[in-house]
Design a protein around this ligand. Structure first.
Ligand SMILES: Nc1ncnc2c1ncn2[C@@H]1O[C@H](COP(=O)(O)OP(=O)(O)O)[C@@H](O)[C@H]1O
Ligand SMILES: [Mg+2]
Length: 207
């Protein structure tokens, strides 16, 4: 079996940046790496982008466009495909799988929508547990600064409210799931990368 590593955190925490750096770190050491993300680029992922992540008050902020339950089911369906078609086969082929977001995102965000956490965990029972989950943690204010160009200005306050709840949820989840390790994402890109590599070496490579 390969190794399954997930990077989590609020928007702008640096997940994509760190996922790329970690993939390169493994590649430089001769590992076969699959760098992937959720939502995926499959038909399910596209549906999620269309129905949930399109911004404005009907979409990402209060999720008013579809029911919260339907939203959770869509994310779970996308993940089921992701696990069956890419993650499980890659792990069986002894590759290193690095996913930018995974089921912890569903828990943190859908829980913030008001859904029942235990139902969300049950719904995702098929999702293979990663060997290591890096939670990039930083204050929402800082993440919003990094994302200035990405955010919708008129909805700024509502986005901040949601992101704050999501950050708190992630920290609570880290107490429940021992595979989650918190990394301070306020540091420089290079320092965060070094912290992640140290965790990988300690937790997975037995160094
Ligand atoms: N440690 C860091 N310090 C300052 N800016 C960063 C840091 N990491 C990433 N960024 C910048 O912040 C923005 C969001 O980073 P990104 O990796 O896309 O975050 P995410 O994938 O979590 O939304 C990008 O413009 C990126 O270059
Ligand atoms: Mg990203």
């Amino acid at each position: 079996m390969g190794m399954f590593i997930v990077i989590e955190g609020i928007d702008g925490a640096g997940k994509s940046t760190q996922a790329r750096l970690l993939a390169k770190w493994f590649e430089d050491r001769g590992y076969e790496v699959v760098l992937t993300k959720e939502p995926t680029d499959t038909a399910f992922g596209k549906l999620i982008r269309k129905l949930v992540l399109t911004g404005g008050k009907e979409g990402i902020i209060d999720g008013a466009r579809i029911s919260h339950e339907a939203e959770a089911l869509l994310f779970a369906a996308d993940r089921a495909e992701h696990v069956a078609k890419l993650i499980r086969p890659s792990l069986e082929a002894c590759k290193v799988v690095i996913s930018d977001r995974y089921f912890y995102s569903s828990l943190a965000y859908q829980w913030a929508r008001g859904l029942d956490l235990e139902w969300l965990i049950d719904l995702n029972r098929f999702a293979i547990r990663p060997d290591l989950v890096i939670l990039l943690d930083l204050p929402v204010k800082e993440s919003m600064k990094r994302l200035r160009s990405r955010s919708i200005k008129s909805e700024f306050d509502k986005i901040v409210e949601l992101q704050k709840r999501v950050r708190e949820n992630y920290l609570k989840l880290a107490e429940r799931f021992p595979e989650m390790k918190i990394v301070n994402a306020l540091a420089s890109v290079e320092d965060i990368h070094r912290d992640i590599v140290a965790l990988v070496e300690h937790e997975l490579l037995g160094k």
